[in-house]
Design a protein around this ligand. Structure first.
Ligand code: NI
Length: 153
């Protein structure tokens, strides 16, 4: 277990399309464990592998009820629209109102390669979309309707 450095948006890793995970081995599990430590220390709700410099398609989330690990994720069946405040550990101090689906279903593999689905609404849907975007080099600012000023944060 170790804390990894969270890269900021200036790094090219944050603008890169990541490759699929092919090996479900001890190295992957170490990465996932390190990412969980890193996410909790940073007090965030989601962290994608490129944010710690690993250009592979995986992310983790923890909305307060345990870590969800999503490997080779894809999103299906987006429903509705929501607008709410969003930020990113790679863009410290910046927040904006984003437009996202109200509900979305995540299809992904777990750390052993077993496929699962998870349908989320509201904050969970935002988090799924935000983290999945990181795997294609997309930051939340591309979904921002309006950035918040210093007095609004
Ligand atoms: Ni982010």
């Amino acid at each position: 277990m170790a804390i990894r450095k969270i890269l900021t948006e200036k790094e090219t890793a944050l603008r890169t399309v990541c490759r699929p995970v092919t090996e479900f081995d001890a190295r992957l599990w170490q990465l996932l464990d390190d990412m969980a430590d890193t996410l909790h220390k940073a007090d965030g709700v989601g962290l994608a592998a490129p944010q710690v410099g690993v250009l592979r398609r995986l992310f983790i989330m923890d909305l307060g009820d345990g870590v969800v690990e999503a490997i080779n994720p894809r999103l299906v069946d987006p429903q509705g629209v929501q607008e709410d405040v969003e930020g990113c550990l790679s863009c410290p101090g910046e927040y904006g109102i984003t437009r996202r689906p109200m509900t979305v279903t995540l299809v992904a593999q777990d750390r052993h390669g077993k496929e699962f689905t998870l349908t989320g609404s509201e904050l969970l849907a935002r988090c799924i979309c935000h983290e999945n975007d990181h795997l294609d080099g997309v930051l939340f600012k591309e979904h921002v309707v309006r950035m918040l000023g210093p007095g609004e944060i």
